[in-house]
Design a protein around this ligand. Sequence first.
Ligand code: ADP
Ligand code: MG
Ligand code: MG
Length: 845
Amino acid sequence: MPTYVYDFDEPTDGGRELLGGKGIGLAEMTQLGVPVPAGFTITTDACRAYMASGGELPEGLEEEIDQHLARLEEKAGKRFGEPTNPLLVSVRSGAAVSMPGMMDTILNVGLNDQAVVSEEHFLLDSYRRLIQMYGEIVEGIDAHRFEEALDDDDLPKTIERFKEIYREGTGREFPQDAKEQLGRAVTAVFDSWNTPRAQAYRRHNKIPHDLGTAVNVVQMVFGNKGERSGTGVAFTRDPSTGEGGLYGEFLADAQGEDVVAGTHTPDPVAALRERIPEAFDELVATMRRLEDHYKDMQDIEFTVEDGKLYLLQTRSAKRTAAAALKAAVDMVDEGLITREEAVARIDPGQLDQLLHPRIDPEAAYEVVATGLNASPGAASGGIVFDADTAEDKGKNGTAVILVRWETTPDDIHGMIAARGILTAHGGMTSHAAVVARGMGKPCVAGCEALSLDAKAKTASLNGHKLAEGDVITIDGGTGEVIIGEVRLIEPDINEDFETVLGWADDLRRLKVRANADTPEDAAKAREFGAEGIGLCRTEHMFMAEDRLPVVREMIMASDEDERRAALGRLLPHQQADFEGIFEAMAGLPVTIRLLDPPLHEFLPPLDQASDDRMRSRIRALQEANPMLGTRGCRLGLQFPEIYEMQVRAVIRAAAAVQERTGDAPLVEIMHPLVAFQEELRRLRELTVEVASEEAETDYLVGTMIELPRACVRADEIAEEADFFSFGTNDLTQTALGFSRDDAEGKFLTHYLQDGVLERNPFETLDQGGVGDLMAIAVERGRTTRPELKMGICGEHGGEPASVAFCHTLGLDYVSCSPYRVPLARLAAAQAALAEAGVEAVSVGG
Ligand code: ADP
Ligand code: MG
Ligand code: MG
């Protein structure tokens, strides 16, 4: 028969999974010699057996509890259920994964009418708490009923009232038998694993439902015994800034739950120094020991009974990103942890907090509508309904939010001028979303509660009428929309951040590049530590306001000559764009992707066509499924003069920058959407031919790998390629047969809610499917060309788990949006550390 119960001082090798976070903390503290009340832990195994049997305690558990209770009585020198001076215990939930406030704990179990006849104040106070907690948790009586009846000045009367409430709620008397109380408290704590709120919390936080909770039975110590007693919580460092020194709260003459409940206002923990100096000194010393032991910032619960300190809980402290960085740097300075450990323990996802403006967590505000969290960051500004107004006002320094049904290439100048973008329509790959992400600008897309009358320049947001100039705030990280201005916090790569990233750079093998289409983005990326550009999309240059008419002329051209004439006029623009980017990335590799989207994206909607000729051209270019249509290299092979112009512009720009600065970039010309070797063979030929007509410049020719066929035929394709860049956005779409715009917000959302899929494959790389295709491509590609350069430029290149996967695959670099470069640097270092056996520590247990 398995062992289901362990004393705190009994060794096990089950660890956190078996004992839960609270249980393992109590056991470790006991073994360290930190003052902890005695007790035992009923394992998560017992809870799982209980749940599996549909609510039967597993065989032998009751006997084991009795044995451990007997041992506890011996240690305490008190008996459980005795009429005078009985042993009292708390019955505490504690799962392996922290679920703060989700599950239950009952204090003062073992008290009854007889035990309180002495009318000692703390006993009466403890008894009324027991009836209340037991009534709420075991019997499900509404908490308000007790709260309303509470009278701190007349405890005997309160107890009578509470017992009446109990009787009214259950039809029974409050149980006087201590063992009965204990047994039902244990099963109630098991049951609290499956309350709707706990289930919802687990769903939201992706915690498996079958872990179960452990139950800790702990001898009570009393903080409610008068002035030399009390209870508190404390952190070894400030959890919001990381500043060293004790930080926390203390409440005299109270029991634990009063501090969290907010019913009483606690003092800063420093108050303990004056009140009970010896307990304060011991607290300081103990917390130092705990940090030394765990080598991490701790969050503890403590109680002082008659001047004597007890610890009731310790765990790694949840902290803000800024605090995590400061504490890590300080702990390295203090010699507590190594640089490797410091790097391993920062959550890269959390750093996102510091890289965009965000809503001050202290600010109070009301969310009136929610849309898709299309591009992170928060912004406040007066609303405008068209791009021209956005540009006019933006130029004058006015903060504006561009509010549109959806955006088109015609809106780019307004998007550049706006602080943020809000659309009523469109998904995560809508024009607004993609462009905003590229610009690092906040965007909430597809906000269904928004309706617009662009002519009248009014909007309605969940029924609230808005006019031009009315101020709103959007949070593109959460999708929230707020009426009025909310206080924002500016992004900031401070010294601690730089320090940790510097350490990460020393540890990682993967290079980190950025996806950037403009000199500004390139400069920003470099500031954030990018080591080149992994994806420069040229279509954004075609969409700029002064180019679009020429691009349209090119598309409307009736023959090649006309087309070449239009392209000739585009060339200097394109060359100038490249020169700006090359200068910003002097000396570093820059991958230029030739034109990718289907041509109809550059034409207006059919009903806005200027004449019949345009209308018929739009119809001719229309596609049922543009994602799989005439785009990428298919376009380049059909209209070679487009790619010729682009190659010429690239080579001329590189030569010009070389001449001007002596520091040209390493140019990589990339052909998109290749499936067949023959496609790339022809395009390579074209590239080499055009380049040879131009200056002497070194360059590489490669391809994006974004079709399953390209992965499995990578050996053939590699014959024509100097490099591969995995375009995992399209590779995910084509491998899964998911059109992103028809998936997110639709069946994919249903899949995620229903658990068919655990993660959104557009956010976290589908390692099993897409990842396997990548592995095949890496292996086959390197068979042909061992030195083949390989990287990833899909959005996954900035997602920590996907970065780790790319490290394992042996790619040379990851490339992501400029704002994610710091995260990727850290994630790449963590991947290297994990390979060497230094695992990331999860914080918050
Ligand atoms: P939670 O996980 O909600 O914090 P806990 O099990 O930690 O629940 O307990 C709730 C409160 O009761 C805490 O403040 C804790 O310190 C206090 N507490 C728990 N057990 C005891 C005990 N044996 N003696 C004194 N206080 C206790
Ligand atoms: Mg607790
Ligand atoms: Mg693509």
